[in-house]
Design a protein. Structure first.
Length: 308
């Protein structure tokens, strides 16, 4: 008798973040002075895995790092959080790198060099097929090759969260396995455009149109405005707590990790999004991506009493 699916498998990117703080972002062709630079673990996949594990979830990571000095840094928070790294390979090249600029208003710009993430082949993912098949929740993003994402999604026997960030071209049937599809407002418009919809529609209309395209459920994150979530074919707005913003880097990944953790526990999508919004709001109050994430015992900001 086969055991019931359990735990979370994240198939995704693993990077180091070179985080530069500065007063404001430069205009094209302009040079500005930065204040500081830190080398921190990052990558959307690793961020989401760490966020879920810190909240108590059983998480396995599938991805790759290089053979350079950055590899150990990239894996450090995953290791500390207790993420199972059996599916992480080491390649001969360099570890993925993200150069992150954070201005005084907390906004960021990010340039990513994929490095070893581009070497996460279909064969590498297939080597962990049993682990993927045994997971209750599988999480993928857009920072790996499309073919590899397709293998992960098709192999999954559980719930699939597709956080299409960045937006890349995926096979339609792979994309429609998402339950939920998680996008921000810009990504949601781009996905809808791939389906022939109107990307200039308002946020609620975009989410409704994505449902009409055949998605089982959709979550659209709206930064400080909270999130939209579909329930029973309707779109509900979940306002975010009002908190001071220090750094928005990785806050969306904190949201996805928290969402996966609660869905893995069997919560409804609506309840999981409400929790994830609070986790994302916690993260923006602290510097960095993975260093900003709460553990299960940390006090989270409360949702607005006006939440619908």
């Amino acid at each position: 008798m086969e055991s019931a699916p359990s735990g979370i498998v994240v198939v995704g990117s693993i990077n180091v973040d070179l985080v530069i703080t500065l007063e404001r972002h430069p205009h094209p062709g302009e040079t500005v002075l930065g204040r500081s630079m830190a080398v921190l673990p990052g990558g959307k996949g690793a961020n989401q895995a760490v966020a879920a594990a810190l909240l108590g979830a059983d998480v396995t990571m599938i991805g790759a790092v290089g053979s350079d000095a950055y590899a150990d840094t990239a894996l450090s928070a995953l290791t500390t959080a207790g993420v199972d790294l059996r599916g992480v390979s080491r390649t001969d090249g360099g570890t993925g790198v993200a150069v992150v600029e954070v201005s005084d208003d907390g906004e960021n710009t990010i340039v990513v060099v994929p490095g070893a993430n581009a070497e996460v082949t279909s064969e590498l993912v297939s080597a962990s097929a049993d682990v993927i098949r045994g997971a209750a929740v599988v999480v993928v993003q857009g920072e790996l090759p499309a073919a590899s994402i397709g293998v992960a999604v098709r192999t999954s026997a559980g719930r699939v969260i597709i956080n299409l960030a960045p937006v890349i071209a995926l096979d339609r049937q792979v994309l429609l396995r998402a339950d939920p599809l998680v996008v921000n407002e810009h990504e949601g418009a781009l996905v809808l455009a791939q389906f022939g919809g109107d990307p200039d529609a308002d946020h609620v209309a975009v989410v409704e149109a994505l449902l009409a395209c055949g998605f089982a459920s959709v979550v659209m994150t709206l930064g400080g405005a909270g999130a939209l979530v579909t329930e029973g074919g309707r779109v509900r707005a979940i306002p975010a707590p009002r908190v001071p913003t220090v750094d928005t880097t990785g806050a969306g990944d904190a949201f996805v990790g928290a969402l996966a953790a609660r869905l893995c526990e069997g919560e409804s999508l609506d309840a999981a999004v409400r929790f994830a919004v609070r986790v994302g709001s916690y993260a923006v109050q602290h510097a960095g991506a993975q260093p900003s994430y709460p553990a299960s015992g940390d006090e989270l900001p409360a949702l607005s009493t006006h939440a619908s």
